[in-house]
Design a protein around this ligand. Structure first.
Ligand code: AMP
Length: 224
């Protein structure tokens, strides 16, 4: 089982890229943020434990995240691999993932680091909205829906994430920057890290990622 990791600040576009890559490479897309939001919506114990952290833009404790990832890996153990989006966020989570990978016989192929400036991120996130039904993402400035407030695909209402307010976004960015450096070093020491420019249109960024995977021999759709 192969594992790909997408690192990148909130708003770097890693969610969008992870979805596309998962489809292209035939991997399961695993976004810890999406799973936690779903747990909150369903009112589960994990959802209520995560709620206070997420509302403030703080990180949910490592132990909760690692238990959640372990459950997903075991549940989907027959899949050819996973692409992680928003995980790991700390070195402790990265070490935990190494242990889990050993347990389930998986290996980390590559860690893609989507690089982008903070100010671009703030601009992107405070203008972001998403479809309440299909999850399609819009941006008031760069990618507005045809009819304001409604999804182009299914006409459902668009909603904004409560943690996309400017103050919470800045807090999420600060936390990300503190954690990112040691995490990047952790993977760079193992020669797993590739840096990809996160600017530009979705298709351009995807092409850059695929080229960098190709260059490192990990862009093989048939690889298991
Ligand atoms: P995201 O959707 O990736 O921007 O994550 C939204 C929020 O979920 C973060 O601000 C954290 O509160 C929480 N979260 C998501 N992934 C993790 C993780 N790997 N570790 C800790 N907290 C996380």
């Amino acid at each position: 089982m192969r594992l790909l990791i997408l690192l990148g600040a909130p708003g770097s576009g890693k969610g969008t890229q992870a979805k596309l890559l998962a489809e292209y490479l035939g991997l399961v897309h695993l976004s810890t943020g999406d799973i936690l939001r779903d747990e909150m919506r369903r009112g589960t114990q994990l959802g209520s434990q995560a709620n206070q952290y997420m509302t403030a833009g703080e990180l949910v404790p490592d132990v909760l995240i690692l238990d959640m990832i372990k459950a997903k890996l075991i549940l989907d153990s027959m899949t050819r691999g996973f692409i992680f989006d928003g995980f790991p966020r700390t070195v402790a989570q990265a070490k935990g993932l190494d242990r889990l990978a050993d347990e389930v016989g998986a290996r980390i192929d590559r860690v893609i680091n989507l690089a982008i400036d903070d100010e671009v991120v703030v601009e992107r996130l405070i203008a972001r909205s998403g479809c309440s039904v299909c999850g399609a993402i819009y941006n008031d400035v760069w990618n507005p829906p045809r009819r304001a407030g409604f999804c182009d695909k299914d006409d459902s209402a668009l909603i904004r994430r409560s943690d996309d307010s400017e103050s919470v976004v800045r807090n999420r960015l600060n936390i990300y920057r503190q954690q990112a450096k040691p995490l990047e070093e952790y993977y760079s020491h193992r020669a797993l890290l590739v840096r990809v420019d996160g600017y530009g249109m979705t298709g351009q960024v995807l092409a850059r990622i695929l080229i960098s995977l190709e260059a490192s021999g990990t862009n093989d759709r048939t690889q298991v």
